[in-house]
Design a protein around this ligand. Structure first.
Ligand code: NAI
Length: 342
């Protein structure tokens, strides 16, 4: 069987890390047909569209995409491609597992945290206007529908995966109506899952609590902006942004991408760590039911990090992006030989 997948290489380090991930995914022995499409400034230069129609039609057809990061201009320019795609395909749940790989020196070993971020509204609704010169207004949209939907996603995940606790993270002491609604919906859903402990923490305190003791949390349920910020904070527990994968999940489609951005400071140098995108590919394999191939990649990554021979610079190695991917592929192949010889 051939899996047809939309591929968005992105820009900055995107093409380098997605190429590495595609090679690793293909080395599992599965067959893929990649429908590759540009997005963002590069797409605009070619097609006069930031998100070309062909890309949208491809996702409608394949229902699954693997995506590299896309640069978003700061304080002006076009709207974030990521936010647009998430809204367009109603990819309401952003799933980000924060887990250590072996032998990466971090402040906290054995972190195992799940971040569930609401992906379609909040301050990312992008509704802003200038009221009068010098005064702007940015609307934070919170609806009962989206808040209940994301809370249900979190608790269902917790139930199916034997997780013990869900903390809703908020600022309802200040944003009493918007975050208050998010919390009320979370509480209502939590009541239907009595076996899972439910807690609430204010977002600023959560940052401090996480840095002091990340083990006190199991799953974090957050609205859009808090989820974005806390994800980067938590990436630091497991070695940095080169390690954290992500999945944007809706009822019809899913887009898999790393938490990190296009990293313009290291783009084009073949030094980015592709682990986060490889792990995003692993999440994609699980999503399409290819559990054995996903396990092969997980084992190969763990072997590479355990051996510490060819690591990328962000974790003290000298290997380039391509060389690292070669090493993961070799680790996968040698494991296959070992199994065959048993
Ligand atoms: P960033 O995540 O691109 O980079 C932050 C720092 O982490 C940089 O020092 C970078 O070199 C490092 N880093 C990131 N990924 C790495 C990797 N795989 N290996 C080694 N080091 C890595 O965040 P930044 O600089 O704030 O954003 C750059 C651009 O990316 C912006 O235009 C932003 O809007 C965009 N962005 C796109 C995302 C997406 O497409 N999903 C997500 C986040 C940001």
């Amino acid at each position: 069987m051939t899996h047809r997948i939309t591929l968005i290489p992105g820009d900055g380090i995107g093409p380098e890390v997605t190429e590495a991930a595609v090679r690793v995914l293909e080395a599992t022995g599965l067959k893929f047909e990649w429908e590759s499409h540009q997005a963002g400034a590069e797409a605009f230069a070619k097609y006069r569209e930031y998100i070309p129609q062909e890309l949208l039609q491809s996702i409608e057809r394949t229902h699954v995409a693997l995506k590299g990061p896309v640069t978003t201009p700061v304080a002006g320019g076009f709207t974030s491609i990521n936010v647009e795609l998430r809204k367009r395909f109603e990819l309401y749940a952003n799933f980000r597992p924060i887990r250590n790989l072996p032998h990466i020196p971090t402040r906290y070993p054995d972190v195992d945290l799940i971040i569930i971020r609401e992906n379609t509204e909040g301050l990312y609704s992008g509704i802003e206007h200038e009221v009068v010169p010098g005064v702007v207004e940015s609307l934070k949209i919170i609806t009962a529908k989206a808040s209940t939907r994301i809370a249900r996603f979190a608790f269902e995940y917790a139930r199916k995966n034997q997780r013990k606790k869900v903390h809703a993270i908020h600022k309802a002491n200040i944003m009493k109506l918007s975050d208050g609604l998010f919390l009320r919906c979370s509480r209502d859903v939590a009541k239907q899952y009595p076996e899972i402990t439910y807690g609430e923490h204010i977002v600023d305190n959560t940052c401090m609590q996480l840095v002091m003791n990340p083990y006190q949390y199991d799953m974090l349920l957050l609205e859009n902006l808090y989820g974005d910020i806390i994800s980067d904070l938590c990436a630091a527990f497991v070695g940095g942004l080169g390690f954290v994968p992500g999945a944007n999940i809706g009822d019809q489609c899913a887009i898999f991408e790393a938490v990190h951005g296009s990293a313009p400071d290291i783009a084009g140098k073949n030094i980015a760590n592709p682990t986060a995108v490889i792990r995003s590919g692993l999440l994609m394999l699980r999503h399409i039911g290819e559990f054995e191939a996903a396990l092969k990649i997980r084992n190969a990554l763990e072997k590479v990090y355990r051996e510490r021979e060819k690591l990328t610079r962000d974790v003290g190695g000298t290997a380039g992006t391509r060389e690292f991917a070669d090493h993961v592929i070799e680790a996968m192949e040698s494991a296959a030989v070992t199994v065959a010889n048993c």
